[in-house]
Design a protein around this ligand. Structure first.
Ligand code: TEU
Length: 555
């Protein structure tokens, strides 16, 4: 299996990318109309969030028909056209497969509800206990994870919204259905897939209360997970050489991720994990306000980079996606150093070992939404938690502050293509308001040689031109530095040193003390940076606010 470490992937949240028909919703022809832009950026694959028929309670992560494109996004022909136009420009399309659950609107679930035993066994129905649900497991979107069906006096499991019923992967027929779906899309010419929360598909044999948690320890990286992934690979995408796959792994472990993504295991090409995106959760609570813990962020990256490097796993590198606040607002300074910190974050990520993902809009500095009223939010998780926090007695103002920092809608505002009224995204009213941050647009960046966009182009080029960035080993330098995140990548005699300042204060990098015992060799070369040249001070590098640099060190 190929490792795709020479590729860069661009994530498109379809609903917010580009509206071609003036209904306020992004769509597939909209994506096709922006392929020149994506080609210019230089990315290799476009991952589209789900475009299948859906009631859209979770914006398409609740699929009602895996074989059909949702009319709000376009038609099958539109998708086929996108696939072939992208291919002409050297880009492959990746589809998002939501196989842990289906929408309750799916025909299978509807038949199950009518009592058809065949389809009831496609899902996980259980009797309740002591007048309540079968277990105390919690849904990821709040509340108990079981929904009651009075006709059967039974409950079905939903790890997410109650309209997202978990599939029973124990049932061979279910698995066959899913292979058919993947094969159908492979035949349409897609290049790969992202598999949504795929490490949650294997549930335990018996269901019991979780005395110490929300139930996740029973089904995360569950008992048959590796068996299921191997079978999925063998029966579907593994049959087409060089199909790229990425699994979204919720609360996973390094050990499991090595297996999921090791080329010899024949499971997936690479994995997302989220440990580094919980460093601003107060004692594990997402719905709290806390500055991110920089040391923890470094430690987590170090743990995963070294571990995956050592054991041959493959990491999907990312700092944001459609479920996360914008990285620039979260880990950078979108007010005082937007350009510097956006470039710094991108450099830190893109020079690591793995396959980098760019989340739409980050390549020209899109920020959080900065919504000020609950009416502006659309996300089911955000609105659920708004109500939960209200019930807990939190003040409105406080809740809105938390949502401003944490809501998934922060990453879901429409792309700001230009400064016009509809921002080049739509000719009508967008389904969700635009981010309130002024002065950011793709058009501005395209005109400016020193823009964030231009910098991303260079980062992508650097990866393509330098085997050391693709394959080199990884080693963190000066793990305990309070402000700098620095590491070395090494391949044979080639070395690349990356130094990033995560703060607005100027600090020093002392080569002799920070991993280069012989000091900085004379023939180092600056491959890329967000300031002009380096600033030396008595044999040390003076690292300016949010400065980042990629140095090539020859032997
Ligand atoms: O997300 C999985 C998931 O558990 C989280 O990213 C979750 O949204 C977050 O932790 C909430 O705080 C995937 C999709 O990316 C997401 O959009 C879907 O809502 C979810 O699965 C269900 O399909």
């Amino acid at each position: 299996m190929k490792n795709f470490n020479d590729s860069v992937i661009y994530q498109i949240y379809v609903k917010s990318f580009m509206d071609s028909n003036g209904d306020g919703l992004g769509d597939i022809p909209g994506i096709t109309s922006r392929l020149d832009y994506l080609e210019k950026l230089g990315v290799d694959y476009l991952w589209l969030t789900p475009v299948f028929v859906s009631p859209m309670n979770d914006n398409g992560y609740d699929v009602a028909d895996y074989y059909k494109v949702d009319p709000s996004f376009g038609t099958l022909e539109d998708l086929e056209h996108l696939i072939s136009e992208a291919k002409k420009k050297g880009m492959g399309i990746m589809l998002d497969m939501v196989f842990n659950h289906t929408s309750t609107h799916h025909e299978w679930f509807q038949k199950a509800l009518k009592g058809d035993p065949k389809y009831k066994d496609y899902y996980i129905f259980r009797k309740g206990k002591d007048g309540g649900p079968p277990t105390n497991w919690m849904s990821k979107f709040g509340g108990n994870a079981w929904a009651y069906v009075p006709e059967f006096d039974e409950y079905y499991l939903h790890l997410f919204d109650r309209t997202q019923a978990d599939l029973n992967w124990e049932n061979q027929e279910v698995r066959e259905e899913l292979y058919r779906i993947v094969n159908f899309w492979l035949e349409k010419g897609v290049s790969g897939f992202r598999f949504d929360v795929v490490n949650l598909i294997s549930k335990p044999d018996s269901f019991m209360d979780d005395e110490i948690g929300d139930g996740r320890r029973f089904y995360t990286d569950g008992p048959k997970i590796h068996q299921y992934l191997k079978e999925l690979n063998r029966r579907s995408f593994g049959r087409v050489e060089d199909t790229i796959t990425v699994g979204e792994m919720s609360s996973t472990t390094l050990e499991n991720c090595v297996r999921y993504s090791h080329p010899d295991e024949d499971e997936l090409s690479m994995v997302f994990n989220f440990h580094h995106l919980k460093v601003d959760y107060d004692e594990g609570d997402k719905w709290s306000l806390m500055d991110f813990d920089f040391q923890e962020l470094k430690d987590i990256f170090d743990h995963w980079q070294s571990g995956m490097d050592e054991h041959g796993g493959n990491m999907a590198l990312f700092l944001s996606n459609h479920d996360q606040p914008r990285a620039l607002s979260r880990f950078g300074d979108d007010e005082n150093y937007p350009k510097e910190s956006a470039k710094m974050l991108a450099t830190t990520l893109h020079m690591l070992k793995g396959t980098p993902y760019i989340y739409q809009g980050e390549e020209f500095g899109m920020t959080n939404a900065y919504f000020t009223s609950i009416e502006e939010y659309r996300d089911v998780e955000s609105t659920n938690y708004y109500n939960i926090l209200k019930e807990e007695g939190l003040a409105e103002e406080k809740i809105l502050q938390i949502l401003q920092a944490k809501s998934r809608d922060n990453g879901r505002t429409p792309i700001l293509w230009n400064d016009d009224e509809g921002h080049g995204f739509t000719s009508s009213t967008p389904w969700i308001p635009f981010s309130r941050k002024e002065g950011v647009s793709a058009e501005r960046d395209l005109k400016d040689e020193s823009s964030i966009f231009a910098y991303y182009q260079k980062l992508i080029q650097l990866r393509k031109e330098n085997p050391v960035i693709q394959k080199g080993s990884y080693k963190m330098v000066d793990k305990n530095h309070k402000k700098l995140f620095s590491y070395l990548r090494t391949l044979d005699k080639k070395r690349v040193l990356v130094i990033s300042n995560f703060y607005a204060e100027q600090v020093y990098f002392d080569p002799a003390h920070h991993g280069l015992p012989d000091g900085m060799p004379e023939n180092y070369k600056v491959l890329l940076g967000n300031y002009d040249g380096l600033s030396w001070d008595n044999g040390k590098i003076s690292v300016r606010p949010y400065e980042t640099m990629v140095l090539s060190i020859e032997p």
